[in-house]
Ligand binder design. Structure first.
Ligand code: TRP
Length: 473
């Protein structure tokens, strides 16, 4: 999907666009990250905040990204430059595109390590490694795996190469096939697992953990990570969806597409949560186990189910595919940019960037073993209040925090401001071509709701609101 072959309307239909955008959105974020951060943040209240963020911030920003991409028809950096000058604003807005390119690059560096874990589990499950094992033995298996830097490097390298090979060729052919066939299959497997969880897990307890909000459990940090995750899971805030939008035919409905993608993405995440937590509670596992959560719970189900080795292997194969279709969109903006900037070939840009991603990814690989005690604590004091951003965080934690909780929301905020305030109303109205009510609802959301919500969540973490309160009280 290079600049060169980005003739107007690359996607053969709106359906293909929806599938490709869903392929980007549905990935490790839904099946690995959503359950793990929901567990860490105490369940229901976190999920509720996340759902609000999807509806009120995510969908309007997704509409903006698709629209800007389709109007600009270039990589995010050039699209922003073009749209800014079209509306009479500084070409410096392209810096926003640059930040997005960097965010995608950094996310991919750790994304491919986690995808590597999923690859490593394919042969293990297939060979029946988990059959009849207790939860503690499965946990040991996981811990043994992540303590081996060479093994993690092997699978991290494999996944990086898989991603860059597709990107080097241009993603059109493979991507369309993967999303039309494999994504529905992944969903079917999730439903099979849901039935298992329903019959064998502590289903009621799992559901109440996920859906009964206990607001005493949510912190301002939790709210920030719910918002950050809304951006992450919908692939927003860094131009990935913008690039996909740039291949969208002029006539396709943008709002309808965005809603479809968001609904499907959310559905996959919620079903994944409904699979995982009943297993967690039935086996007295720790919901806040962290990044290893799905790798310690799902094998338990596969080890007990009839045909578990088959379904388990298939599940991890499909998870790797889901991660694959997402990782492509994480690096595509960088590749498109490099091709333009240095006029190099797509293959060369992919090779260079792939190597760099791989290198930075080693920091994540080592975060789980030889560098696990290299940790960072970052905070600041505001008046009398001490604010902690992260505590004893590994490289992996810091990378994840910076990208999901800082870069994506700032990127999204600026995209909303750009689409809502800078682009002239007649242009956006014309691009979206929906009826007035929907148009003004979208415009209100990107002008007011999304920017203010992001700012409040940031300020909340900074404790500034508390500070202002104390000044005026
Ligand atoms: N949304 C994907 C997931 O949930 C990850 C992803 C792909 C992404 N492209 C992105 C995240 C762009 C942020 C920005 O797994």
């Amino acid at each position: 999907m290079s600049q060169q072959d980005s003739k107007a309307g690359m996607w053969s239909s709106r359906l293909i666009f929806i599938l490709a955008a869903t392929g980007s959105a549905v990935g490790l974020g839904n099946i690995w990250k959503f359950p793990y951060i929901t567990g860490v943040n105490g369940g229901g209240a976190f999920v509720l905040v996340y759902l609000f963020c999807i509806a009120l911030i995510g969908i309007p920003i997704m509409i903006s990204e698709i629209m800007m991409g389709r109007r600009g028809r270039k990589d995010p950096i050039q699209t922003l430059k073009k749209l800014a000058s079209e509306s009479g604003f500084s070409p410096l807005w392209s810096v926003l595109g640059g930040m997005g390119v960097l965010a995608g690059f950094l996310i991919l560096s750790y994304y491919s390590v986690i995808a590597g874990w999923a690859i490593a589990y394919i042969p293990s499950v297939m060979q029946g490694t988990f059959v009849g094992l207790q939860a503690s033995a499965i946990e040991q298996h996981f811990n043994a795996m992540i303590s081996e830097p060479l093994i993690l490097m092997l699978w991290h390298s494999t996944f990086t190469i898989m991603t860059m090979l597709i990107v080097a060729k241009g993603v059109r052919g493979g991507l369309e096939k993967a999303v039309t066939f494999l994504m529905p299959l992944l969903f079917v497997i999730l439903i099979i697992l849901l039935i298992y969880s329903f019959n064998n897990g502590a289903f009621a307890e799992g559901l109440s953990f996920l859906f009964a909000p206990d607001f005493s459990k949510i912190t301002s940090e939790g709210i920030l990570s719910a918002m950050g995750h809304a951006f992450f899971t919908l692939s927003l805030g860094m131009g990935a969806i913008m690039v996909y939008g740039s291949y969208l035919p002029q006539t396709a409905s943008i709002t309808g597409s965005a809603i479809w993608v968001a609904v499907m993405d959310t559905l996959v995440a919620l079903v994944a949560g409904m699979v995982i937590f009943p297993i967690v509670f039935a086996n007295q596992l720790e919901p806040a186990a962290g990044p290893g959560l799905i790798f310690q719970t799902l094998p338990l189900a596969f080890g007990q189910m009839d045909g578990g080795s088959f379904f388990g292997a298939l599940f991890f194969v499909l998870l790797v595919f889901a991660a694959w279709t997402s990782s492509i969109s994480l690096i595509e903006p960088a590749v498109a940019w490099m091709i333009n900037k240095f006029s190099c070939s797509r293959a060369r840009a992919s090779a260079y960037l792939g190597f760099l991603v791989w290198l930075v990814g080693l920091l994540t690989v080592f975060s789980f073993n030889i560098m696990s005690d290299v940790t960072f604590t970052q905070g600041m004091s505001l008046g009398s209040a001490e604010i902690v951003f992260f505590e004893n965080a590994t490289f992996f934690d810091v990378l994840d925090y910076l990208t999901s909780n800082i870069m994506l929301p700032i990127g999204g905020l600026l995209i909303a401001v750009f689409a809502g305030w800078l682009m002239p109303e007649f242009i956006t109205h014309n691009e979206l071509s929906v009826d007035k009510k929907i148009f003004y609802a979208w415009r209100f959301a990107v002008r007011w709701i999304a920017p203010i919500a992001v700012l409040i969540v940031f300020m909340n973490v900074l404790g500034i609101l508390k500070l202002i309160q104390s000044i005026f009280s």
